[in-house]
Design a protein around this ligand. Sequence first.
Ligand SMILES: Cc1cc2nc3c(=O)[nH]c(=O)nc-3n(C[C@H](O)[C@H](O)[C@H](O)COP(=O)(O)O)c2cc1C
Length: 309
Amino acid sequence: MPDNLSVNIGKLRLENPVMVCSGTFGYGEEFKDFLPLRKLGAIVTKTITLNPRQGNAPPRTCETPGGMLNSIGLENPGLSGFINEKLPILKTIGVPIIVSVAAESGVDEFIKIICELDKFSEVLAFELNISCPNVGHESSTKKRLIAQDALATFEMVKKIRMATKKTLITKLSPNVTDITEIAIAVSQAGSDAVSLINTLIGMSIDVKTKRPKVAAVTAGLSGPAIRPIALRMVWEVYQKIKLPIIGMGGIIDTSSALEFFLAGSTAIGVGTANFIDPAAAVKILQGIKEYLKENKIKHINNLTGGLKT
Ligand SMILES: Cc1cc2nc3c(=O)[nH]c(=O)nc-3n(C[C@H](O)[C@H](O)[C@H](O)COP(=O)(O)O)c2cc1C
């Protein structure tokens, strides 16, 4: 079996570059009957917080043209629930586990979660979901998120960096004017990689009831509808920082995955597509293998940033 698919993300070596996105694949076990989980490059867990969260009131999702809106509200079993109920099953799967972490209260909560999970050898990397409210930064307005503030992002990632030697991936929000400013801050703060993009804020209205289709009114848009924006952002970030990029946003098939490599991604994440076809990620992986063979491309890394302009 030729090793033309393995990629490095910080200290993490993945056998192949196809991951599943946080929040779209549960904690792995939910999908075990639908695909050979061992074929995945990595599993990124649903984001966990220190304390369990019930999430938002329903309805929490709705379909939109070429995508979906979700406002799950970070429902998760909390750190202890994750360690006791989810990790024992996850570690039997045999693929790298990347734990997505968020904090409700600030950087100390991030550090507490990461220091605790650092002890588990099966947890190979952390993905920082920094789309949390900016509670600590003086210049912030009430509704600003850490991920929307370059200085707050820098300070937070720098402190978290000191708490672990494991691979740190920082997930960027597209709900900003210039995503490269945030990417540069993340890079300077010592993150090993960036993943992008998280969902775009949107909304949808039921004209019969005049009510929002998602109870929280605004929600995160994902799926093919956001792909052109995600690709543009990956391309912009690729030109500004040297870190590996995990590209995501509307990948549903091999062709859309390849677009992300050409724009500058080292690895890719499959998200909303998992709800349409739970085996989408392994089908995309197979398609990438065939593309490399047909086009006599020696290694997937040779495709990264290969866009001709
Ligand atoms: C139902 C749902 C739940 C999500 N939950 C999370 C989450 O917990 N943490 C996170 O970082 N991203 C979360 N995301 C965002 C995805 O990980 C991904 O960044 C985004 O959906 C774009 O990729 P896609 O268009 O392929 O879905 C969620 C997305 C969806 C659709």
